[in-house]
Design a protein around this ligand. Structure first.
Ligand SMILES: NC(=O)C1=CN([C@@H]2O[C@H](COP(=O)(O)OP(=O)(O)OC[C@H]3O[C@@H](n4cnc5c(N)ncnc54)[C@H](OP(=O)(O)O)[C@@H]3O)[C@@H](O)[C@H]2O)[C@@H](O)CC1
Ligand SMILES: Nc1ncnc2c1ncn2[C@@H]1O[C@H](COP(=O)(O)OP(=O)(O)O)[C@@H](O)[C@H]1O
Ligand SMILES: [K+]
Length: 516
């Protein structure tokens, strides 16, 4: 599903009005009706519906909602917060109607008003939060902050209109405080603030309502952001033909492991095999050879001379590059360690081998020292950093990456024309074209050592099987998260380990096969 930022919604409103002749007042009416429909699902015969409205159009939606519920004989009470002189044009139009109806309206101007609100909300009540939507401009302070606290402290069922008030629609940040909703009714499209953390935790259940904005209008908008859907992934995964052989499913070379980090190579290799690659070559420092062949007997191994520290050693570059010649895709980094040799290996792979390269972990830390080698890349490059690695790649502080993951990933993807998979609770896949995909599956059980190595294995395997690196990155993060979600139901969030994700992959592909 497409995801909007504030300016997209402003553009949609403008086009709806100018091209499709659908006025803002109609959209507000539809928004209020959509909200009322959701409210009705949560009321019982004891419930009051308490609608808290601000001075913008979000408040206007709340006034429409109040009118419709009142007409259907629900017990409705409105609290208005802000300076009535600032009521937006369309909210005001609706307020003029409300004045003629028998709906009680109270103003919240001070702590007294807030206390009245807090006292009124009882267990069976529904609180409809229409204080701010996408129009929030600054931190929430004073009486607004107190009102939000009162709503959060109440026992009522809280439904937020469009955004939980206090969430920044475009950045996904909390503007000091925000309503913690039980349900959020996003209008037209979900916003970044409904999807990205930390804001996403404030939505409760997220419901998206169409409000009659034409599909044609949405289709003609250039909306670069979208969530990764199951349907999209399903059609990306190739069906295996009966009359096929291993050559059809590609050759992957994975350069991984060093003394003390053998597991990374094992996890990455097993993950690639379980994701369907035809032939896997594991290129490893020679002292790991026995354990690797024992652990991943299905892989061909290429042991290379190593340094005293157990990292790829002197003069291995040419041999390694030759070895990669036959591959359809090369992955480098999981557990590799860092040294001068790694710099050279990476530089050669990027600038002299015309194959897609997936760079992870120590591959990224090595790249961070010479990012400009990307200027001379021969083929597509996929980077899979977690925020720490992204910080090293960009030289930006970690806080900036964590606060603006979409922006940092997309700027880097654009600048260096690479595919960036910025990992996290919401992994961002930013493409050089400017398209950005957000993955919304997965769970905190996946925050465990080796989880990233498994992801690299999946992406590598999918490229070998013929997916474009862009699609492999998108499908890879989805399959990885899906695997985590399947396995967490067996293992729990504490018990889940990276090896379980590899078992999960088999179930994911099995499910996808059965759906085809
Ligand atoms: N296509 C769609 O999806 C449609 C969407 N629609 C709806 O419109 C909503 C957007 O409405 P909007 O633009 O009027 O902004 P909104 O969110 O009401 O906030 C502005 C008000 O808040 C105030 N304010 C802001 N920050 C503040 C702070 N920290 N502390 C205090 N005050 C603060 C600001 O005051 P100001 O800063 O101007 O003094 C102003 O009064 C959208 O979310 C959806 O619900 C539908 O009606 C139609 C179609
Ligand atoms: N809370 C979470 N929700 C969803 N996915 C998560 C969560 N925490 C971690 N992950 C996923 O787990 C993986 C962790 O990768 P990474 O940090 O590279 O681990 P490692 O380096 O130990 O292999 C990433 O794909 C990330 O998206
Ligand atoms: K709201």
């Amino acid at each position: 599903m497409k995801i909007a930022v504030e300016k997209d919604i402003r553009e949609i409103d403008l086009r709806a009005n100018e091209k499709y002749r659908i006025s803002q007042i109609v959209l507000m009416e539809n928004s209020g009706i959509a909200l009322a429909e959701e409210v009705k699902k949560h009321v019982n015969r004891h419930s009051k519906v308490i609608i808290v409205v601000g001075m913008g159009n979000n408040g206007g939606d709340g006034l429409v909602c109040a009118r419709h519920l009142h007409n259907e004989s629900y017990s409705v009470k409105i609290f208005m917060i802000g300076n009535l002189k600032k009521l937006s044009e369309h909210a005001n139009q609706n307020f003029e109607i409300i004045k003629h109806l028998n709906i009680p309206v109270e103003m919240i101007n001070d702590i007294g008003g807030v206390k009245k609100l807090g006292k009124l909300i009882a267990y069976d009540d529904v609180v409809v939060d229409c204080i701010f939507g996408i129009g929030i401009t600054k931190d929430v302070e004073g009486v607004y902050e107190l009102a939000i606290d009162a709503i959060n402290d109440s026992e009522g069922y809280i439904i937020s209109c469009d955004m939980p008030s206090g969430i920044h629609a475009s950045e996904g940040l909390v503007m000091k405080t925000a309503v913690r909703a039980d349900k959020t009714v996003a209008l037209c499209l979900p916003k970044v603030g409904n999807i990205m953390y930390p804001a996403a935790e404030y939505n409760g259940e997220l419901v998206v309502k169409k409000i009659s904005v034409p599909n044609e209008l949405i289709a003609e908008m250039s909306l670069p952001l979208e969530t990764i859907s199951h349907e999209f992934i399903k059609q990306l995964i190739p069906k295996r033909q009966r009359n096929s052989h291993k050559g059809v499913y590609g050759k992957a070379s994975i350069i991984a492991g060093s003394f003390g980090m053998t597991g990374a190579a094992i996890l990455c290799g097993k993950s690639a095999l379980r994701s369907g690659v035809g032939l896997l070559k594991l290129i490893i420092p020679e002292s790991l050879h026995t354990i690797i062949t024992t652990s991943v007997p299905e892989a061909v191994t290429v042991p290379l001379a190593e340094t005293r520290k157990g990292v790829f050693g002197i003069n291995q570059v040419e041999k390694l590059v030759q070895t990669c010649d036959a591959a359809d895709v090369i992955a480098i980094g999981p557990g590799c360690g860092q040294n001068a040799e790694m710099n050279e290996i990476l530089r050669h792979l990027i600038t002299l081998v015309d194959k897609p390269v997936i760079i992870d972990a120590d591959g990224l830390n090595t790249l961070a020292k010479h990012v400009d080698v990307l200027e001379n890349k021969l083929n597509k490059v996929v980077l899979t950093p977690h925020p720490g690695e992204m910080s090293r790649l960009t030289n930006l502080p970690l806080e900036v990456i964590n606060q603006h993951p979409i922006r940092t990933a997309s700027e880097f993807a654009h600048k260096w024309q690479v595919i960036v998979v910025l990992k996290g609770a919401r992994t961002v896949v930013a493409l050089p074209s400017g398209q950005i995909y957000i993955n919304v599956n997965g769970n905190p059980g996946m925050a465990t050592a080796g989880s990233g190595d498994v992801l690299t294995g999946i992406i590598t395997s999918l490229v070998a099987q013929g997916l474009t690196p862009e699609n492999a990155a998108i499908a890879g993060v989805y399959i990885h998260g899906y695997s985590g979600d399947l396995m967490v139901s067996q293992k729990g969030e504490y018990g889940l380990i990276a090896g379980d994700l590899i078992e999960g992959i088999t179930h994911v592909f099995r499910n996808l096969e059965l759906e085809v």
